[in-house]
Ligand binder design. Structure first.
Ligand SMILES: [Ca+2]
Ligand SMILES: [Ca+2]
Length: 141
C-alpha cells in the first residue's frame, strides 16, 4: 500500500467520525485520488518517451538495481521485467537467451544514454555478471 493510499484511508476515517469537516475532507480525498493516479501513471510510463513515440509499450519504465546496488529508474520499453519476467528456463538454448539479453541491452542503452548499460541485467539472466547469460543452458551447436 502506498503512502497516498494510507492517507486516503485516514481521511475516509476522519470523514466517518468527524462529519463537520465533510466538505474539506472530501476535497482532500479528491486531491489524494488524483495524486495517486499520477503516481501510478508515472511509475508505469515515461511521459517524455510517451509523447515522443505515442507508444505505451515503448515507454514503460522500472526501477532496477545495477551491479553496484544503486537504484536506477530506466526506460525499459518492451524489455520491462515487471510486465513479463524472463528466466533461463524460458529459453531452449544459451544462444536464444543471449540474443534476448543483447537485444534488451541495446534497447535499454538507446533509451537511457546517460547510464552504463553493461551494468544492467533486466531479467536477471547473468547471475555472475560476466556478460554471458544462462551458461547452464545447452548450446545450439
Ligand atoms: Ca528473471
Ligand atoms: Ca554469466
Amino acid at each position: 500500500m502506498t503512502v497516498i493510499g494510507i492517507l486516503m484511508l485516514v481521511v475516509v476515517l476522519l470523514l466517518i467520525f468527524w462529519g463537520k469537516a465533510k466538505g474539506i475532507l472530501i476535497f482532500i480525498l479528491i486531491l489524494l485520488a488524483v495524486a495517486m493516479g499520477l503516481e501510478g501513471f508515472d511509475y508505469d510510463a515515461d511521459l517524455g518517451k510517451l509523447w515522443e513515440t505515442g507508444s505505451y509499450s515503448e515507454s514503460r519504465v522500472e526501477t532496477i538495481k545495477d551491479s553496484e546496488g544503486n537504484s536506477v529508474r530506466i526506460i525499459t520499453g518492451n524489455c520491462n521485467s515487471k510486465e513479463l519476467d524472463l528466466n533461463c528456463s524460458d529459453f531452449e538454448t544459451q544462444e536464444a537467451a543471449q540474443a534476448k539479453y543483447n537485444e534488451c541491452s541495446s534497447e535499454v542503452a538507446a533509451n537511457n544514454p546517460w547510464i552504463d548499460v553493461n551494468k544492467l541485467d533486466i531479467y536477471g539472466l547473468d547471475g555472475n555478471n560476466n556478460g554471458i547469460v544462462c551458461e547452464a543452458l545447452p548450446s545450439a551447436q
